[in-house]
Ligand binder design. Structure first.
Ligand code: KG4
Ligand code: ZN
Length: 362
C-alpha cells in the first residue's frame, strides 16, 4: 500500500528535518515494515499476518510467532524497498518495537533493526508499541491537535490517556483485568469462533439482536475511569450453559456482548472528556476497528461537540507504519543519537508501562 505526500502537514506541524525512517513491528503475530519520510510522508508499508499460522491453536503460540517473524522481516523489507524505489543506503534511521510484547518476537525485530543499523552506521531506536498506536491517528486526515484524550483498546490494553505531546502521556484509567480485545477474543472462543476472535465476533454480532439476552455493563457507573471485562466473559459462559443457544442465539449473545463492551467504552470516554474538558478523542488499537464502537462513539461525541479521530482501519491493528512514524517524530526531537551508531548492545522490554516513557526534549 502506498501513500505519497499525504502527510505534508506533519512536516509543518512538527518542523521536521528530512529523514527516511524504516519501521519494524514484531511484537505479536503481525510482521509490519514501513518507510516514513518526514518530508514525503508514509512512502509505503507492508504487513504479514500470522493469523492462519496460529488459528489451529486458538491463540498466538509465541515460539511459532518468533520463527515466522524471522522468516518474514527481511523479505518484507526488500519488497517494501523495491516497491517504494528506495535503497537501504538512503535510510537515516531504523525504528523498531522494543516492547511491550512477546519477548522472542520482539527480539527478532530488535536484532534485525540493530544489525541493519550497525551495518549502515545509522541509529536504531526502540519504540513503545502503544506509543505507536497512540500517535497513529496523526497519520490520518483530519488529525487531532495536542492535547487530546486517547482511548487505547487493543488485545493487551484498555486505557484512557491524556496525551499532551509526544511522550507526554497521563494515564486516567485502565482495565483492572482483561483488556477489551482480550474479552472479545475469549468470548469469541466461548461462542465457538476461531482465532482471531474480535473481528469474527463482531461479524457474528452483525446478524444478531442485542437486548434479547441481557449482559452487565461492568463498572459503567463506578465513578472512576477504570474498566473490568472479565466478568462479561463469565456472564456469557453462564448464558451459554443456561440457554444452549442455536446459531441465532449465538448471534444474539454476540450482539449483546458487543453492545455491552461498547456502552462501557463510550460511557467512560465521555466521562474522561467531561472531566478534562478536552474536546478531542482519539481511538487507537485493534478494537478501534470495531464498527459499532465507531458508530456509537461518533454519535455520542456529536451531541457533546467532541471530535473523534480514528486511525485508518489498516493502522488500527498492529502495523509497521505507526512505528516508523512514531520513530520519526521522536528522532526529530532527540536528533539522531550518535552514540547509538555502531552499538551492538540492545534489549527488549516485554513488559513496559507507557507512563514510564520519557518525553523527548523540546
Ligand atoms: O492492536 P492490536 O492489533 O494488537 C495488540 O496490540 O493487542 O489489537 C488486536 C485486538 C484483538 O484482541 C482483536 O480481537 C481486536 O483487537 N479486534 C477487534 C476487531 N478487530 C480487531 N475487536 C473487535 N472488533 C473488531 N472489529
Ligand atoms: Zn497493538
Amino acid at each position: 500500500m502506498y501513500y505519497i505526500n499525504r502527510q505534508a502537514f506533519v512536516k509543518a506541524r512538527f518542523n521536521l528535518l528530512p529523514m527516511l525512517v524504516l519501521g519494524i513491528e514484531t511484537s505479536c503475530d503481525e510482521t509490519g515494515v514501513a518507510l516514513y519520510h518526514t518530508e514525503r510522508a508514509l512512502l509505503g508499508h507492508v504487513l504479514y499476518s500470522q493469523a492462519a499460522l496460529h488459528a489451529d491453536y486458538g491463540g498466538v503460540v509465541p515460539e511459532l510467532a518468533s520463527r515466522d517473524h524471522i522468516r518474514r522481516v527481511l523479505p518484507l523489507t526488500r519488497d517494501l524497498l523495491a516497491k517504494t524505489g528506495c535503497t537501504v543506503g538512503e535510510l537515516d534511521a531504523i525504528a523498531y518495537t522494543e516492547g511491550p510484547g512477546l519477548a522472542g518476537a520482539l527480539l527478532v525485530g530488535a536484532s534485525i533493526a540493530h544489525g541493519l543499523a550497525y551495518s549502515l552506521g545509522v541509529p536504531a531506536l526502540g519504540l513503545h508499541h502503544l506509543e505507536g498506536h497512540l500517535l497513529s491517528p496523526l497519520l490520518s486526515r483530519p488529525a487531532p491537535e495536542f492535547p487530546f484524550i486517547a482511548l487505547l483498546v487493543s488485545g493487551g490494553h484498555s486505557q484512557l490517556m491524556r496525551v499532551a505531546g509526544i511522550g507526554d502521556y497521563e494515564l486516567l484509567g485502565e482495565t483492572v483485568d482483561d483488556a477489551a480485545g482480550e474479552a472479545f477474543d475469549k468470548t469469541a472462543k466461548l461462542l465457538g469462533l476461531g482465532y482471531p476472535g474480535g473481528p469474527a465476533l463482531a461479524q457474528l454480532a452483525e446478524t444478531g439482536r442485542p437486548g434479547r439476552f441481557r449482559l452487565p455493563r461492568p463498572m459503567l457507573t463506578s465513578g472512576d475511569l477504570n474498566f473490568s471485562f472479565s466478568g462479561l466473559k463469565t456472564a456469557v459462559l453462564t448464558l451459554i450453559a443456561q440457554q444452549a443457544p442455536d446459531e441465532r442465539g449465538r448471534a444474539d449473545i454476540a450482539a449483546e456482548f458487543e453492545a455491552a463492551i461498547v456502552d462501557v467504552l463510550v460511557g467512560k470516554s465521555l466521562t474522561a472528556l467531561g472531566r478534562t474538558g478536552l474536546k478531542q478523542l482519539v481511538v487507537a488499537g485493534g478494537v478501534g476497528a470495531n464498527r459499532l464502537l465507531r458508530e456509537r462513539l461518533s454519535a455520542a461525541a456529536r451531541k457533546k461537540a467532541v471530535d473523534v479521530f480514528y486511525p485508518e482501519m489498516e493502522f488500527c491493528t498492529d502495523n509497521g507504519a505507526m512505528i516508523a512514524f512514531a520513530g520519526a517524530l521522536r528522532l526529530q526531537k532527540t536528533g539522531p543519537r550518535i552514540e547509538n551508531r555502531g552499538s551492538t548492545a540492545f534489549s527488549v522490554r516485554p513488559r513496559w508501562e507507557l507512563e514510564d516513557l520519557v518525553a523527548p526534549p523540546d
